[in-house]
Each structure stands twice: as structure tokens, then as C-alpha cells.
Design a protein around this ligand. Structure first.
Ligand SMILES: Cc1cc2nc3c(=O)[nH]c(=O)nc-3n(C[C@H](O)[C@H](O)[C@H](O)COP(=O)(O)OP(=O)(O)OC[C@H]3O[C@@H](n4cnc5c(N)ncnc54)[C@H](O)[C@@H]3O)c2cc1C
Length: 283
């Protein structure tokens, strides 16, 4: 039977997060928690696979006890089992410690395919999935927009800029799914319960978890300066060729270190096609 694990993170709804103007920190109080949107698409991808080829989908989250509401949401989507890893001993974990802990959980549960979100909308590092795959020494694919399984092989489509790349690998493997790649299903009724795992239930190296296992130190948090938007208007009294040049050059006539494209309209059009990747495999 195909075992699919989906790692899901509970995150603050960042559309509701405000910034404290004095400390520049996020104000999380009173902000609703939601399933990381990428992970919701990951759960949908896993459920669709299970519905097609059979097997079991286990959703797993590491976090405080309140994260069980996110797992209940996944059970209502149709996940077969849900596991919450929660313990004071894993508080303060950075991505390395989180990835280590979750890879040990995967070993305990058993897996053929592991699905993560490409990133979490609060931490946004995109590191946890790849760390889990490295720890388990299995193939990994990031920026995945579609995943299929046939027998013991997984095929994925990776979305890289405007290009789509196709890959295949032997299972077990890990995929990190992009946001919005499918339509998550409606919630149904379920009487399934979330199982709780404590550190004592896992075979963890104490030096690799929580604060002790987290080499990352947050020294300072600062808001980045908003970049001023610049708008370019193209003078429509110019010839078509000159307007194409202006568009390609972003309205810049001459600037140091910028590769200005010059030539006939045909030559510029050829160069534009090449630049946009039309000579490569795109969908
Ligand atoms: C020094 C330091 C201290 C920290 N202390 C705390 C703390 O005390 N409390 C706290 O809540 N956070 C803490 N964090 C943040 C925490 O490390 C990150 O939230 C976590 O490691 C995930 O990183 P990310 O959000 O960048 O996830 P990403 O790597 O962007 O997430 C990618 C995918 O990995 C999976 N994933 C990520 N995190 C989880 C998870 N927890 N459970 C299941 N799946 C997951 C999901 O599929 C997700 O889509 C700390 C971070 C640092 C650097």
C-alpha cells in the first residue's frame, strides 16, 4: 500500500498580520491561524493521488497544541490519519531542527511519497522540505506543479519561470508543491482524531532538537525599504521600431552596464523570442 505523508504547517494569516511601528515586529495577537496555503494544495495533490491509485494519506504537523485544528481541517478534507508532534523540548526549533525532527517522524510512520509545501508563508525559507529529503537520502523536487505516480516511479512537472520541466524518479521521493496548483476540495464530516506524538515517542538525538539543535540566531529583524515604483510611458508619436526598442529597454535610452538592444525590428523580435525562452520547451 502506498504511504503518502503530507507535512503541513499552521501559519498566521499573513493578510491579517500588522507591523508594530515601534518594534518593527509582527503583531500576531488576535491574528487567525490557517493552514499554510501551499500545504493545502499539497494535501489536495496527495488525496487526488490516493483516490486514483489507492493508499493512505497521513498529515503531520509540528507545533503547539493549537496546530491540531489545522490537522482537523486536513482530516475534514479527507486525510486518513493526522499526527501532531508537540513538545516543549522542540520549542525554538529553526529549520535545521524542524527538518531533522520531521524526518525522524517520517521514519517512524513509513513513507513512499512525502509532500511538502514549497514554502511556508510566515518563515518563507523553503528549507524544511529539502532538509527532510537530505536527511532521508531520497530524491527531492521543488517548485512542483503536478505529481503523478505509476508503479514505483514518481513523475513531476516543475515550474521554473515560464518553463515547465519534467522529471521522473524512483520512489521513495519528496516533492515540494507550489501554491494554487489545484483546487482544494470542500470539507466533509469526519470522526477521525488527531494523534499526538511527544519527543519521548520518537528516537531523537537531544542535541539536534529545539534550541540546542538550532544553530540559527536571529540577530535583528528589520522591515525592508519599499522600492519606489517607476512607470514608463512610451511616446506614441515614435515609430513602431523605436517603440519596440523602448519597451525592450524598459524605456531607458542609455545606461551604464545595461545591455541595450539595437537593430532592425526583425532582429529585435528574434532576440526577444530567444530572450523569453521561446526556443526552449515551454507550455
Ligand atoms: C532561531 C529560530 C528560532 C525559532 N523559534 C521558533 C519558535 O520558538 N516557535 C516557532 O513556532 N517557530 C520558531 N522558528 C521558526 C521555525 O524555525 C520555522 O517556522 C520552521 O523551521 C519552518 O521554517 P519555514 O517557516 O521557513 O518553513 P519552510 O521551509 O518555508 O516550509 C516548507 C514546508 O515545510 C513543511 N513545514 C515547515 N514547517 C513545518 C512544521 N512546523 N510542521 C510541519 N511541516 C512543516 C511544510 O510542508 C511547508 O510548506 C524559529 C526560527 C529560528 C531561525
Amino acid at each position: 500500500m502506498m504511504n503518502i505523508i503530507v507535512f503541513v504547517k499552521q501559519v498566521p494569516d499573513t493578510s491579517e498580520v500588522k507591523i508594530d511601528s515601534k518594534t518593527n515586529n509582527l503583531v500576531r495577537e488576535g491574528v487567525p491561524s490557517i493552514i499554510n496555503p501551499y500545504d493545502e494544495n499539497g494535501v489536495e495533490a496527495a488525496l487526488a493521488l490516493r483516490d486514483r491509485i489507492g493508499g493512505k494519506v497521513t498529515v503531520v504537523s509540528m507545533g503547539p497544541m493549537q496546530a491540531s485544528s489545522t490537522l482537523e481541517y486536513c482530516l475534514a478534507m479527507g486525510a486518513d490519519e493526522a499526527v501532531l508532534v508537540s513538545d516543549r523540548l522542540i520549542g525554538g526549533s529553526d529549520t535545521l531542527a524542524t527538518g531533522y525532527t520531521l524526518s525522524e517522524v517520517a521514519k517512524k510512520i513509513g513513507y513512499d511519497l512525502i509532500v511538502c509545501g514549497n514554502e511556508a508563508i510566515d518563515g518563507c525559507t523553503g528549507q524544511v522540505g529539502p532538509i527532510i529529503a537530505e536527511n532521508l537520502d531520497i530524491p527531492q523536487f521543488t517548485y512542483v506543479r503536478e505529481v503523478q505516480v505509476e508503479a514505483d516511479r514518481v513523475t513531476v512537472q516543475r515550474e521554473v519561470g515560464k518553463n515547465i520541466e519534467f522529471y521522473e524518479a524512483q520512489l521513495p521521493a519528496l516533492v515540494c508543491v507550489l501554491k494554487g496548483v489545484n483546487q482544494p476540495r470542500r470539507l466533509g464530516q469526519t470522526d477521525k482524531e488527531v494523534k499526538l506524538l511527544r519527543v519521548a515517542d520518537l528516537d531523537l538525538d537531544p542535541a539536534k532538537i529545539g534550541n540546542d539543535g538550532s544553530p540559527t540566531k536571529v540577530v535583528n529583524i528589520k522591515m525592508s525599504d519599499a522600492r519606489a515604483k517607476s512607470y514608463v510611458t512610451i511616446d506614441d508619436s515614435l515609430s513602431a521600431e523605436d517603440r519596440i526598442k523602448m519597451i525592450i529597454n524598459g524605456g531607458i535610452e542609455k545606461k551604464e552596464k545595461i545591455d541595450l538592444w539595437r537593430g532592425t525590428a526583425e532582429a529585435l523580435a528574434d532576440r526577444l523570442m530567444e530572450h523569453a525562452g521561446f526556443n526552449r520547451y515551454i507550455v
